[in-house]
Design a protein around this ligand. Structure first.
Ligand code: SF4
Ligand code: SF4
Length: 176
């Protein structure tokens, strides 16, 4: 068996993940996940800066009004500066952005330019800066706590709610 090698993650600063923020999964379209505190923070920053942002629910528990996770529906991200190719809320960016290119399920996002260039090396052990790992650990733990009791999932494309069990038949978590 081929030994699993270690590959160091180094962001190429291409900005793709901030421009193409929506992802299609299980036939639905999602934006960047936002925890309730992150929703409040981003709404506050946007208000201060006088910009409009569009935040929609992503998961809800028993009733659709009991939102467990939100999502940024805008694409590209309204906080991305195309001229400087940088995040204008970097110290306050959501956990999902901090952990990127690792997604909630623990897999590497294929939209990421760095992932694309290293895909042929998979499976590998990802070596990244410590803040990324801290974010990944928190992201996965909070995801399990927040979304496990969820019954409803919201699709950005149709603007409709679906029952989680009708959409997510199988969760494939790739541990890297
Ligand atoms: S919040 Fe910042 S890091 Fe996250 S998508 Fe927007 S610009 Fe990119
Ligand atoms: S797509 Fe990947 S390589 Fe490009 S800026 Fe985002 S994290 Fe970095």
């Amino acid at each position: 068996m081929r030994p699993v090698r270690t590959v160091k993650f180094e962001c190429l600063k291409c900005g793709r993940c901030c421009v193409q923020t929506r992802r299609e999964l299980h036939g639905l379209v999602f934006g960047i996940q936002l925890w309730p505190e992150e929703k409040k923070l981003l709404t506050c920053i946007a208000k201060e800066r006088g910009i409009n942002i569009n935040i929609k629910p992503q998961f809800a528990s028993r009733s659709k009004s009991d939102i467990t996770l939100w999502q940024l529906a805008d694409e590209p991200c309204p906080f991305y500066d195309k001229t400087t190719r940088s995040c204008t809320i970097y110290p306050y960016r959501p956990l999902a952005c901090r952990a990127y290119p690792v997604c909630m399920a623990g897999s590497l996002d294929k939209y990421c330019e760095w992932t694309k260039r290293h895909e042929h090396l998979i499976p590998f052990r990802l070596e990244g800066p410590e803040p990324i790992w801290n974010a990944i650990i928190v992201l996965r733990r909070t995801m399990l706590e927040q979304t496990r009791p969820s019954r409803w999932i919201y699709d950005l494309r149709t603007g409709k709610w679906y029952k989680v069990e009708d959409v997510i038949k199988e969760v494939v978590a790739v541990v890297i």
